[in-house]
Structures are given as structure tokens and as C-alpha cells.
Ligand binder design. Structure first.
Ligand SMILES: NC(=O)c1ccc[n+]([C@@H]2O[C@H](COP(=O)([O-])OP(=O)(O)OC[C@H]3O[C@@H](n4cnc5c(N)ncnc54)[C@H](O)[C@@H]3O)[C@@H](O)[C@H]2O)c1
Length: 316
């Protein structure tokens, strides 16, 4: 992507900041709208001067409209999402539904060339089959999943050139959600851990970008696509990789606890259609993916860890 005007909602977040990092030097201009609910403004300070930042919520329609009118984006990457308090349904709905509608309506007015949305695999709820094909019904059951699913449905009926990427757990610079930063931080601090009895798929940032490069192109297909290696690993597998990497000898076995009512036991996406459509395939295996992430934490540290699931009783 070169010489484009890219509006990124949630641009200070993990994926948003990585996108700016990747394309920042190619004559592109960026406008970030972020309320810093799960990110830090300082993340954007290390980038080049072609980034403008508006602190505010996508729920604020006037703010969104005025940002679009002044910046006149060619491309929109809608990365803002609310998930950090599973009981705050109103905030999830404000950001993930109303906020998405605001961004979609402004994008229609400005006739944007590409609209990239990111979707959580929680939109599939408790899946009927594994790995989950793209034709699987959308049946979310958590506030995050329900609100993100509704937002995506509005986008798909908007007539915009939308690509909605339904993502596995993307790991890479600045990741501050999920088991990898949690285990790394706690084990390094000598604290105890637990593993939920669940299976997830992990995708390295480099594989995410080899697809993202393709979906940004003007003539690329639109629609919904699963983005995954197609392979699942248990959270205990993640734990074991972190223990191995840190060279720790454990005195007791890590407790394995059942998944909470707000989480899904097995979540592995089938990306076959994406692979065929874009002639793309994830290349980095599970061990390498986790190792790359841990090496990044060694150099850069871990920011505050957020989660979309509740902690079990008794856990700090
Ligand atoms: N990273 C993954 O593995 C993954 C997996 C599935 C889906 N996703 C989706 O990808 C997108 C980015 O996720 P991420 O991992 O970068 O998360 P993140 O929390 O790092 O980034 C989300 C950003 O949105 C901002 N935000 C929240 N509410 C906002 C609001 N009302 N207005 C403006 N900004 C707001 C946050 O401050 C944050 O900077 C989200 O839509 C998420 O649902 C990510």
C-alpha cells in the first residue's frame, strides 16, 4: 500500500499499531481514532509524523463524521473494539455496534475504496464442528461476540467493499491479551498459573500480514474470511512452551480448570476458502509463533494484560 489516506479506528491497539508499523514508510497518511480503552497513546508517539491522532470514541457520531470530512480517507481499517469488561454490555454495544455503524455510514458518504474489519472467532459461539468453516452459522453468546457479530452484519449489508477477517489468535508485537503474555508475566514473577481446558489456534503476525497485503488491493475479493493456521493447540501447550522458553523447573503441575461459561472449549478456524481465494497459507508453526512472541517480550516487556473472559473464583 503506497500513498493512501488510511483511517484506522483503534489504531493504538495491537493490530492497528502493527499495521501502521508495516505501511508507515510508504507515503501513506494515517488518521487514528482511539479512546485508549485497551491501549496507550504513547504507542503512537514512536511513529513518523504522517499520523494524526484523535482521542475519542467511534460511538461519538459527530467526532467520526468530522474526522472523515477533514481526512477524506481512501481506506478504512476498523480495528476498534470493546471487550475488556464482559459485564459492560452497554459499552460493547456502543463501540462494537453503534460505533461500527457510525464508521460504516461515514465510509459510505466518502465512497472509500476498501473497508477492512476484524472479527472475533467468538462470533461462532460454541461451534457445531471443528475446524470451523466459513459457512458455519454465526451464533455468539457473549457480550463481545454478540456485539461484534451485529457490527459485522451491518457492514456486510452496507454495500461497502468490506473484507471482514475472522481471526485466530494473532500473536506479535504489542500483544497484551490472552495466555501468552499472562503466563510470561506470571512465571517470570514467580507467580502461580492455571490453564483453562481449551484449544485455540495461534497465527503469527507475519502470516497475518502476508494475507493483509493481499486484501488491501483494490481488486481483491470482498466478504468474510477465516484467518488461521487451521491447527489447534491447548492452553497447556502454550504454558509448556513458555515454561520451556524461560527454562523454569516447576515444583507442581499447573492446574487445568474447565472453561468458564463465557468462553468456548475448542476454537479452531478452517481457512481453506481463504487459502484458495487469496492463494495464501500460514507458514509459521506453533512453537515458532510462541517463541517469536516471547523473544519480543524479552526485549520490549508486556503492557497491561486485558481479557474478554472473567477470571475464575479465587484467582487474582
Ligand atoms: N488480535 C487478535 O488476535 C484478534 C482476534 C480476533 C479479533 N480481533 C479484532 O481485531 C481488532 C483489534 O484487536 P487488537 O488485538 O488490536 O485489540 P486491542 O485492544 O489492542 O485494540 C483495540 C483498540 O480499540 C480501541 N478502542 C476500544 N473502544 C474504542 C472506541 N469506542 N473508540 C475508539 N477506539 C476504541 C482500544 O483502545 C484499542 O486501542 C478488534 O476488532 C478485535 O475484535 C483481534
Amino acid at each position: 500500500m503506497t500513498n493512501q489516506r488510511v483511517l484506522i479506528t483503534g489504531g493504538a491497539g495491537c493490530l492497528g499499531a502493527n499495521i501502521i508499523d508495516r505501511y508507515g514508510e510508504n507515503g501513506n497518511q494515517y488518521l487514528v481514532i482511539d479512546n485508549f480503552a485497551t491501549s496507550d497513546r504513547a504507542v503512537l508517539e514512536g511513529f513518523s509524523k504522517s499520523i494524526q491522532v484523535i482521542e475519542g470514541s467511534v460511538y461519538d457520531r459527530e467526532l467520526v463524521d468530522s474526522a472523515f470530512d477533514k481526512f477524506r480517507p481512501t481506506h478504512v481499517v476498523h480495528s476498534a473494539a470493546s471487550y475488556k469488561d464482559p459485564d459492560n454490555w452497554q459499552e460493547d454495544a456502543n463501540t462494537n455496534i453503534d460505533g461500527t455503524i457510525n464508521v460504516a455510514k461515514a465510509s459510505i458518504r466518502h465512497d472509500v475504496r476498501r473497508f477492512i474489519n476484524f472479527q472475533t472467532s467468538l462470533c461462532y459461539g460454541i461451534p457445531n464442528e471443528t475446524p470451523i468453516p466459513i459457512t458455519h452459522p454465526v451464533q455468539p453468546f457473549s457480550s463481545y461476540g454478540i456485539s461484534k457479530a451485529a457490527g459485522e452484519q451491518y457492514l456486510l449489508m452496507s454495500g461497502l467493499p468490506v473484507v471482514s477477517l475472522r481471526l485466530a489468535n494473532v500473536t506479535g508485537p504489542r500483544l497484551s491479551i490472552g495466555p501468552i503474555p499472562t503466563f510470561y508475566t506470571r512465571l517470570k514473577a514467580g507467580k502461580g498459573c492455571f490453564c483453562s481446558d481449551s484449544v485455540r489456534d495461534f497465527l503469527d503476525m507475519s502470516d497475518f500480514f502476508s494475507l493483509f497485503d493481499l486484501v488491501l488491493q483494490d481488486d481483491a475479493p470482498t466478504g468474510v474470511f477465516n484467518v488461521s493456521t487451521g491447527k489447534g493447540n491447548t492452553i497447556k501447550d502454550v504454558f509448556d512452551e513458555v515454561v520451556k522458553y524461560l527454562g523454569i523447573t516447576l515444583k507442581t503441575e499447573v492446574p487445568i480448570i474447565p472453561v468458564g461459561a463465557d468462553d468456548t472449549p475448542i476454537m479452531v478456524l478452517d481457512a481453506t476458502v481463504t487459502e484458495k481465494t487469496f492463494n495464501w497459507k500460514a507458514k509459521v508453526d506453533f512453537e515458532q509463533t510462541i517463541k517469536k512472541m516471547l523473544q519480543w517480550y524479552d526485549v520490549n516487556g508486556v503492557a497491561t494484560v486485558y481479557s474478554h473472559v472473567k477470571k475464575p473464583e479465587g484467582q487474582e
